[in-house]
Design a protein around this ligand. Sequence first.
Ligand code: NI
Length: 180
Amino acid sequence: MALLKIARMGHPVLRKVADPVPDPTAPEIRRLASDMIDTMLDAPGVGLAAPQVHESLRMIVFRVLAMRSGGESVEPTVLINPVIEPLDDGMEHGMEGCLSIPELRGVVPRFARIRYRGVGLDGEPIEREASGFHARVIQHECDHLDGVLYIDRMTDLRYLAFTDEAHHITEALEQQEGRD
Ligand code: NI
């Protein structure tokens, strides 16, 4: 098990457009994926993109925990050279954090329903449809491959907060949703 150093906001690697992985089955890619999963689980986090560990490559790891998604769970997955396609125009606002922006949370609009494609470590294609929290994680991690951080997607910076104050924002958001 190897834990990798996580780049924090301000490091230029987080702002680069990452390169495609030429050979998803290469041993060094398998090693990197394994170390990224260890690093994600240790943090702990729900997703990690290669640029966050100083590797400017188009690959992500993620997992979906049932308690966060309202039932659905997805085991740690490696997705190489991913592509996202929204299934419709529906957007949802939800709270996000990022291992590269420690101790903060923010409310970010994301497509509610997406299809994503990519390749696994075995070189086989992966294609799934996702909604809700699962769709949010994929969009957040894929943004990292284009040098985009969640704060760039925020439409109202009043909904940015320290983690231990974020419950105030969750409550405000729920009240607002109740009004709409
Ligand atoms: Ni992130």
